[in-house]
Ligand binder design. Sequence first.
Ligand SMILES: [Zn+2]
Length: 276
Amino acid sequence: MPEIVEAEVIVNYLKKRLLGQKIIKINTLNKTSFIGNPKKVINNKINKIERLGKKILFQLDNLSLLFHLKMTGQLIYFDKKVFNSKNFKKDLKYARVIFFFEKDVLLFNDIRKFGFVLVLKDSDLLKEKQKLGIDPLSEEFNFSFLKHSLSKSKKNIKNFLMDQKYISGLGNIYVNESLFLSKIHPQSLSYKIPERKIKDLLFAIKKVLKEGLKREGSSINSYVKPDLTKGEYQNNFLVYKREGKRCLFCKKSMILRIKISQRSSFYCPQCQKKFL
Ligand SMILES: [Zn+2]
């Protein structure tokens, strides 16, 4: 599932290619993958491409397209000449929506079909933005915000960090890595985490996201960049999917896996302290 890092990589890639272009045709190959009237979108120009948490937003002339990639959604870019000149049957197999621009083609691929593209009026976009928590790549994501919101939360820290209401865009991979790096047990109670550890956690989240961006995301399941190449952060995981392997910090304990709200959590029982 693409998280904030992967969405950011996709946005940066598409910005360079699609800004200013008009959408001239939309082929919807799977009905549930496009919500809204495609006719209203035709002849609209892409004025802005940005990220809303893990989602990707195209701002058009008087409406927006919001891409929910969910489990397996991909945005794949082609230069139109390349697209027309080659046989892309393999890549088209999971194409659910195809956007034709003046010069380029964008595929919305989705193996599992949980993802979708939503056409939004400006008023709905505002509501969508109001639902979001703080963006962890923004300056507002700082010590006072984190201290304040943790002090009011009775959730465990894993669920707190995954909750898009507080912080928008973090998912399982980057949360696991950040908790390991800051040596906080995922079942620690949010309001019990001491100030010095909140500082460590903030530093860890920023560091993990920065490293993830540098390596252009984690290609563990379906995530690929819009040019179909893979990210490389999966080769640098410190704890995620390292169950049964030796901890890279203490070099003694084995990494364990537990389920927290149906999602796997990986941690070192020796290094990561549980605050209760
Ligand atoms: Zn350890």
